[in-house]
Every structure is written in structure tokens, then in C-alpha cells.
Design a protein around this ligand. Sequence first.
Ligand code: GLN
Length: 238
Amino acid sequence: MKTIRLLQLYPSEMNIYGDWGNTLTLKRRLEWRGYRVELLEHHPGADFPMDVDLIVGGGGQDSGQDKIKDDLIKIGPQLQKLADQNVPMLMICGLYQLFGRFFQTHKGERIEGIGIFKLETYGGPKRLIGNVVARSDDFGEIVGYENHSGLTRLDEDQASLGTVVKGDGNNGEDGTEGARYKNVVGSYLHGSLLPKNPRLADFLIEKTIEKKYGKVELQPIDDTLVKNARSIAKSRPR
Ligand code: GLN
């Protein structure tokens, strides 16, 4: 049976507001297409497994980021290598920030990131909280929920994931949300993100299968429930 090795980064420290749902969604949508999924976890201090096919990471408090920062710097070159080899990854909020160059807290403490994304994040004076709708050329309308104080600025040549229609996204000013490098997607959106955004989930799945087993035409899934959830989420007040 074809097997996909799906790795969750720092599930104890970086995994809030339902981010675990992203891993579950990838697992179920792969299983529905007949793949076996091996779930792996990477914890601080452990050896990093390079033989992984798909990587997911979630958000966390500033204190969670502090706990994993040394380990992330240690495994950064391995993650960069996998990213360059087109391995799909999804990083939400706290880990999205640390996939950039750094996150500087409101108090001025700097947590270094691994620079896969060309972006920098500065802790702001207030939290940006609420439902978000963004538009993306590659993934259509993206629906999610944000809760962060970090304000992220993309370098001019860093692609965003999309443009916000409702909500703040990267910084509440330039209209961008998230970032994309090859098959690595970063986003502020919890919710969880993937259960409500099957197009994005299937992009990650398709790229994962393609890399390991060659071109694939994904069998469609009945996403009626998702469509209902999306339209309710979109109609919710900010
Ligand atoms: N600590 C970061 C911030 O508030 C990340 C928050 C999160 O991951 N939800 O910007």
C-alpha cells in the first residue's frame, strides 16, 4: 500500500486553536484516496527525520515559540533542504512567523527564525483577532480565523498566500495574508484552516503524492458539509 509519512512539528508547544485539525484533514483526505498515512511527531531535542513526505506546524504562544526556538534553528538547514526539494509544508501563525527571519516580541526580545520565507515579524501593541476571508490566485477564497499580535512584513519579492477581503492578515495594513515558497505555505489562519479549505488541503496532498509516486489525478471528495461550514464562517461577524 502506498504510504505517506506526515510529520507534525512540535505538537506539544506549537498547536493551538485547533491546528491539529490540519494534520487530521490531510490524513483523512489521503486515506479516502487509498493511501496509508504514518503520523510522526518532532519534539525538541530529537533527531529530525529527513525521510518525511509532508510537514505541518501550528501556532503557539510567545512562550511556546521560546521553548522550540533553539531546536528549530538546529533543524532549520534540514527544513530548508526539504523545502528546496519541493516537499509540501503548512505552517500556521507562530511557526509561520519563525519560518521567516525573526519574530521580535513587543518587549523587544528577538526570536530568530530559519528564513525559508523572506519576511520579518514585530509584536504589535494589540491582538488581531477574528474571522478572515482572503482571496488567493491558486486556492480561491480562503476562510479562517486569526489571533496574533505579531505584524508580518514580506520582502518585496516574497509571494503572499493571498489578499484579505475581511480581516487583518499579515499586518492589517498592506492587505496581504500568509506567504508561499515552492510548496511551503505559511498562514495566520487557524480555524483549523484545512478542514474549511479543501482546495488548499488537496494542493498539499497532490504535491506530496506527485513527489513520491508521480503525477496523480485526485479522486473528488463530497465536500457539501465543508461548503456549508464555509458559508456560515463567511457570514459570521468579524
Ligand atoms: N505569539 C505569536 C503572536 O501573537 C503567535 C500567536 C499564534 O501562534 N497564535 O503573534
